[in-house]
Design a protein around this ligand. Structure first.
Ligand SMILES: Cc1ncc(C[n+]2csc(CCOP(=O)(O)OP(=O)(O)O)c2C)c(N)n1
Length: 514
């Protein structure tokens, strides 16, 4: 069997069934091998940022890595920003990056690059296959590193001669690690803080935002009166009516400081103490008040469900103590489109089980909290701050969960980074409704201009902050990528079009003119 086939077989034997891909000449044997194994779903992205972001979205929903197929250093480089976001979201991904045939490397041909060097900052594991025989053990190690826990990004570099050379396939299985149990002493220390009577905030992330762990956090809050919150961004949060409600630490530094001011204790679960997204003149980077103690209950890779179950026991919390999110008023808004009516339209229309991918930037920042009262759904956010994550992550989430509806809400500036995602959504007939907030500017950067003390933007600065000239026509852009859509001018129209998008098979785009 050739090395490329061994690689495909090893991926399949270890539960990796999707290859988000954008190949080139050096990967043709791998492409041929993928061609021979129909169990591997091959999903073409027309830009590598789509490929890597889709792998991130897929992992977030299934908690199982997908593979990517990337062309040499430049292909990997194009995918880096969304690999960065995936790394911060603790998503597991196995990158397969083609490399020149070993004997060709000495000639410094046009596409030659330092692939390992490009991969290293985003990868927990990077290796280059030396020959066909090295592929299976390396692939197994790559899969193990990507699977975690904690999950991470692996990059396996595949030279052409390793792919076309022959070796034996032995059906090796990647070893599985378990979550690390949290010691009784740590649980006791957290319980002591919760029982101290002093104001305590528990900040949850990662696995603590789902299922059993979230439920027990809700019991602890109900029993002890502690408050429970997320950071401003979460990789995947189960929210909606009937679930445990979590506060959200605000993005703006002053608002975050004000929210955190009352607390004497912060207990962290799969996250660290709250920090500012950026530094500003005369504002702190660390947001907790003076004298507030931070206690880490769980680190990445620790068993948050066990820790929170044990902690609930330790504070005497029972099922009946669980705090519950009430249903929001599902009234359909009318009139002008603004952050409030848009949020209300989402609250009113989001169906149960919907996957809400949020890259709304300023349009959602202050108002989307009301969607916590929507039907139960998953909320995915950008963990790495590199924009252009929303449409690719939606694509991967839809591949992972074909029976669910994906609603992607995205600023117009952010949408333009990776709009090619729509083409993949059309080709794969994915149920993604994309709502673009067309305010024709990088609004957040206009706000930040003043916030960092840079004064008022003049003509040159505004030429880098406005995106209105020429006007982006998202309905036409979508049409060109194979997706139908509609521009809306009122809240009624927005509700109607979200309904239409969510009810129609395949992708749909709504341009919200602001
Ligand atoms: C890869 C990357 N490039 C640039 C930025 C800086 N940046 C942050 S937000 C933003 C513009 C967002 O515009 P839009 O999506 O239209 O949202 P709005 O601010 O208008 O609400 C830019 C360019 C970034 N975060 N990531």
């Amino acid at each position: 069997m050739n090395g490329a086939e061994i690689l495909v077989q090893t991926l399949l034997a270890n539960g990796i069934e999707v290859s988000f891909a954008n190949p080139g000449t050096s990967e043709m044997h791998f492409v041929a091998a993928l061609d021979r194994y129909k169990d591997m779903r091959c999903v073409l992205g027309l830009f590598e940022g789509v490929v890597t972001g889709a792998a991130d979205g897929y992992y977030r929903m299934l908690e199982r890595p997908a593979s990517t197929l990337l062309h040499l250093g430049p292909g990997l480089g194009n995918g880096l920003a969304n690999l960065h976001n995936a790394k911060k979201a603790l998503s597991g991904i196995v990158n397969i990056v083609g490399e020149h045939v070993t004997t060709h490397l000495r000639y410094n041909s046009p596409l030659q690059a330092d692939i390992e060097g490009i991969a290293r900052p985003v990868s927990a594991w990077v290796r280059t296959a030396t020959d066909a025989a090295s592929i299976e053990p390396l692939a197994v190690a790559a899969i193990a590193a990507a699977s975690g826990p904690p999950a991470a990004i692996s990059t396996l570099v595949l030279p052409g001669d390793a792919a076309w050379g022959n070796a034996e396939f032995t059906a090796m299985k990647a070893p599985r690690k378990s979550l690390k149990p949290v010691a009784a002493d740590a649980v006791d220390q957290a319980a002591r803080r919760l029982k101290s009577g002093e104001p305590t905030l528990m900040i949850l992330a990662g696995a603590a935002l789902k299922g059993v762990a979230l439920d027990f956090a809700g019991r602890i809050a109900g029993r002890t009166g502690c408050r429970i919150a997320t950071q401003f961004f979460s990789a995947r949060l189960e929210r909606g009516a009937g679930r445990v409600p979590l506060e959200r630490i605000p993005y703006a530094v002053d608002a975050a400081i004000a929210m955190l001011k009352p607390f004497r204790h912060i207990i962290t679960v799969n996250t660290a103490e709250p920090i500012a997204f950026f530094a500003y003149p005369n504002k702190p980077s660390l947001l907790k008040p003076e004298g507030c103690e931070v206690f880490e209950l769980c680190a990445d890779g620790d068993d948050a469900s066990q820790a929170l179950t044990d902690l609930a026991d330790a504070v005497g919390a029972k099922a009946g103590d669980r705090v519950v999110q009430s249903a929001g008023e599902r009234q359909r808004p009318s009139g002008a489109l603004n952050p409030q009516t848009i949020a209300q339209a989402m609250l009113a229309t989001m169906p149960e089980g919907c996957i809400l991918v949020d890259e709304s930037v300023t349009t959602g920042r202050e108002s989307f909290g009301v969607t916590a009262g929507a039907a139960p759904h998953d909320n995915l956010q950008n963990m790495g701050g590199s924009i252009g994550y929303g449409t690719p992550v939606s694509t991967g989430a839809a591949i992972a969960c074909p029976d669910r509806r994906v609603l992607c809400v995205v600023g117009d500036g952010s949408a333009m980074y990776t709009l090619q995602s729509l083409w993949t959504q059309a080709r794969e007939e994915l149920n993604v409704t994309t709502v673009v907030f067309a305010n024709r500017q990088y609004q957040i950067l206009k706000n930040e201009f003043g916030a960092v003390g840079a004064g008022r933007p003049g003509a040159n600065a505004l030429s880098m902050l406005d995106i209105d000239n020429p006007t982006l026509d998202f309905v036409s852009l979508a049409k060109g990528l194979g997706v139908s859509g509609k521009k809306v001018l009122t809240a009624e129209e927005l509700c109607r079009e979200i309904d239409r998008g969510l009810a129609t098979p395949g992708p749909y785009l709504i341009e919200v003119q602001l």
